[in-house]
Write a protein that binds this ligand. Sequence first.
Ligand SMILES: Nc1ncnc2c1ncn2[C@@H]1O[C@H](COP(=O)(O)OP(=O)(O)OP(=O)(O)O)[C@@H](O)[C@H]1O
Length: 287
Amino acid sequence: MSSSTKSSACESCSSKTSTCSPDSCGNAEKNEQELRIKNNMARIKYRIAIVSGKGGVGKSTVTAGLAIALAKSGYTVGVLDADVSGPNMPHLLGIEDEKMTGDENGFLPVEAPHGIEVASVESIISASDAPVVWRGPMRSSLVNQFLADVQWGQLDFLLVDLPPGTGDEPLSIMQTMPLTGLVVVSTPSNLSLLDVSKIVNMAKMLNTRILGVVENMAYFECPGCHEKVFPFGEDTVKRLCEKYGLDMLGSIPMDASNRGSDVITEGSGIEKYTGDIARKITGILER
Ligand SMILES: Nc1ncnc2c1ncn2[C@@H]1O[C@H](COP(=O)(O)OP(=O)(O)OP(=O)(O)O)[C@@H](O)[C@H]1O
């Protein structure tokens, strides 16, 4: 915004005082948003971010599977798709045609099966194949707006699907949001594990608890002879957990039962394995 636009906006501002300036006004807005985030998050019992060092390791799939498992166990669950440039949550939960609405109190999430409430940029853009070409600050500011203004109601769990890696965006969300803990998703490949080490260090830096690590695409089981094949190596995630003193929450094999649809279906392998992982997480939280 140019300074001339700022000053003309200031002239017409109803809260204008003799001492305020465009800078102090920006700070006041930021403080007000931080307060709204704090109040909105205070109504949610457990706020868990699902993170990964690399893209494509199944972070969103695990988030959707956990949401279904927790909701089926009777918890009230919301999912915030904070992966603004690659929002997939509505697709994974089978609600990609539903759009979020809003009123004077904020955004209303879309309801997915099992009563899961979902907020995603995919649910506010007109077509699911439209690229989200916003620059970093705009993406972060949308996520902050979601954190402050989505009307979740009283939730047991808010699962936040973060963008992969340890860049600006996941960092800023982790700093803004009061998190109960992180669930880290990794494949057993060396590259994925290397990047998990960065997540572990970032969590230490931010004093954020890691609830544990999920190993995804751990192995492939031959449907004929049931032999397990480990394309990325065996026990690599287990050894990483031992190295950092982390809980291993479970291993999910390559699952062919969705037949490439990506949507998490009833009775699929993903649903079964994420169900076991959800029970482990609730056990850790309620310990
Ligand atoms: N265990 C699995 N078995 C088979 N396919 C899987 C499994 N986990 C994930 N996939 C598939 O892998 C692809 C990538 O998964 P997903 O979008 O969840 O990854 P991601 O880590 O969230 O990626 P990004 O963060 O880059 O968006 C999807 O097509 C998903 O259906």
